[in-house]
Design a protein around this ligand. Structure first.
Ligand SMILES: *[C@@H]1O[C@H](CO)[C@@H](O)[C@H](O)[C@H]1NC(C)=O
Length: 300
């Protein structure tokens, strides 16, 4: 497949979502500030990501609190997980966004921090049955890989039935924290098994998931936006000194609440996460759960 220019994909994504007057981004590494209408595009997906924290038995009825009820026309198709050994997940169809939605629950800051800063982190190849054709040099955090594998085939079956039940042409995968890492892996996995629809991943507070080869694979194949809030430290772990690399598609929310688009992988601009949060001691763990344009991650 031809290498996609991320900026093109990002702009095309916004355009597809009906956002006009997207500024031209000339230089790959130059940052831009999103307009309020560009920021607003993400809000329904922030609600979807937050709703993944709700118990699926409640999510089934889609009357589960402010974040969940906000996407009131959503039609749930399947859900699972137990909120402890398996993160909650759900799949359904959003008529107002005309997309199938896949959402994965995250964890609290201390748990994700422990996972992503574990001195024993092992990176491994992706399972060749789940991820056929992906080179073994593509290495991912084994903890994140194993979490995605737990629900992969159930999620795939649910996405297929949601597509056929609603004649969908788009699939959007969302998640926060650990759920963001799972969403990114789902965003790679699902297109390897489903053709004829377009895929997009929108992740919140996502840690680094894999090595340079992984970031390059994502750069070339996946339409991704990952949104980092203020001084959250999760997006800067595991560290680059451990040979982890960040995938492209960063949006960084500053303390003044502006949303900055940071093109490329691991953009070092002072207003992108790495420049803004140079080490875990300068971060603020409270920023991990948001708010992302007013949406706090959690079932509320
Ligand atoms: C970062 O963003 C702030 C607020 O939007 C702006 O005032 C500042 O000039 C930016 N800094 C850099 C280095 O771009």
């Amino acid at each position: 497949m031809a290498k996609l220019n991320f900026v093109t994909v990002f702009l095309a994504t916004l355009a597809a979502l009906g956002v006009q007057a997207v500024p031209m981004i000339e230089k790959r590494q130059s940052i831009t500030t999103l307009t309020s209408s560009q920021v607003a595009v993400f809000k329904p997906f922030s609600w979807f990501a937050a709703t993944a924290y709700c118990d699926p038995s409640v999510t089934k009825t889609w009357t589960c609190g402010t974040n969940c009820n906000a996407n009131s026309d959503f039609i749930p198709v399947a859900s699972g997980g137990d909120g402890s050994s398996i993160q909650f997940w759900y799949v359904g169809y959003s008529p107002s966004q005309s997309t199938v939605v896949v959402a994965h629950q995250g964890t609290d800051t201390s748990q994700i921090e422990a996972l992503a800063t574990d001195a024993e982190i092992v990176r491994g190849s992706l399972d060749s049955t789940l991820f056929p054709g992906i080179d073994s040099s593509v290495g991912v955090h084994d903890g994140f890989r194993d979490e995605q594998a737990k629900t992969a085939t159930q999620v795939l079956a649910a996405v297929k039935s949601a597509i056929s039940a609603h004649g969908a042409t788009k699939v959007t995968v969302v998640g926060h924290s650990l759920g963001a890492a799972i969403a990114l892996l789902d965003g790679i996995y699902l297109p390897l098994h489903i053709t004829g629809v377009t895929f997009k991943t929108i992740a919140y507070g996502m840690p680094r998931v894999g090595n340079q080869e992984f970031a390059d694979y994502v750069d070339a194949h996946i339409s991704l936006t990952h949104i980092n809030n203020k001084d959250d430290i999760v997006p800067i772990v595991p560290g680059r000194f451990l040979d982890f690399a960040h995938v492209p598609g960063e949006i960084h929310i500053l303390n003044d609440l502006s949303w900055i688009f940071c093109p490329g992988q691991d953009n070092e601009d002072a207003n992108c996460t790495i420049g803004y949060v140079p080490n875990i001691f300068s971060g603020d763990t409270d920023d991990h759960s948001g708010p992302y344009d007013g949406v706090k991650m959690g079932c509320s």
